[in-house]
Design a protein. Structure first.
Length: 240
């Protein structure tokens, strides 16, 4: 599914306008993600984890009335959620101004990685072509985002003994690293962990020219590679 053609962008513009002017929002439930994870309780599952985080949101929250800032984040989260599901992903959770998405890789890891990266391309275009112009029209500041992705095993855990009522979560190095990667990303930058880079290059799904390894400060970045424990975990900037 592509979000870059003109007719789809027009649909997004109309939806964003309704959200900003009339407060009309779509249902942004994470129920589908919970259904997915319930099938893997107490087991590991392969996923691409994608963090999409609004840049400089703290400064905006201090300079805007609470209801106006909330409206911005709600609009942003709505459109990111639709993009994630449109590319075969699931919205795992909302954390403040961040949306965390999952792309299942149990059966085709290369496809999951490619879908996630295509989703990031659409997200950046939607923000540039739709969200920011709409924010400007409504007297709101434009936004930029930081995006971080990793691929790997995640252990699905249940907090309680009821599959239907207990809180369900995922733990493991993949989600921890995704949060670390997004924290070092710059405005409108997409950073991916080494596993995604290795999977896509080995499957010849995406050209090596789309990735640039970034230089990491070894005094601050102390995470070791899963494939080579003697080396530092590598991070790459993705260019669509």
């Amino acid at each position: 599914m592509s979000f870059t053609n003109v007719s789809v962008l027009e649909q997004i513009r109309a939806r964003v306008a309704k959200t900003l002017t009339a407060g009309i929002q779509l249902n942004m439930s994470t129920d589908e993600s919970k259904k997915l994870l319930k099938r893997h309780v107490n087991r590991k599952t392969n996923v691409v984890i994608m963090f999409t985080d609004v840049n400089n949101s703290t400064e905006m929250s201090l300079s805007l009335p609470e209801d106006r800032f909330a409206l911005m984040i709600q609009t942003f989260a709505q459109e990111i959620s639709i993009a994630v599901t449109g590319y075969g992903g699931y919205v795992f959770k909302y954390e403040g101004d961040a949306v965390i998405g999952l792309f299942p890789g149990e059966y085709d890891q290369a496809k999951a990685c490619k879908n996630a990266l295509n989703c990031t391309t659409s997200i950046l275009e939607i923000i540039k072509e739709v969200i920011n112009p709409a924010f400007k029209e409504n007297g709101l500041p434009e936004i930029s985002v930081r995006i971080g992705l990793t691929y790997g095993y995640a252990l699905v855990v249940l907090y309680g003994n009821s599959l239907e009522k207990a809180y369900i979560d995922i733990i493991g190095s993949s989600i921890s690293l995704a949060s670390k990667i997004v924290s070092i990303a710059k405005a409108n930058q997409v950073l991916v962990g080494e596993s995604i880079y290795n999977i896509l290059l080995s499957s010849e799904s995406i050209s090596d020219s789309k990735f640039i390894e970034i230089n990491l400060d070894p005094t601050k970045w102390k995470y070791l590679s899963r494939s080579d424990p003697e080396s530092m975990y590598r991070v790459y900037e993705y260019h669509s």
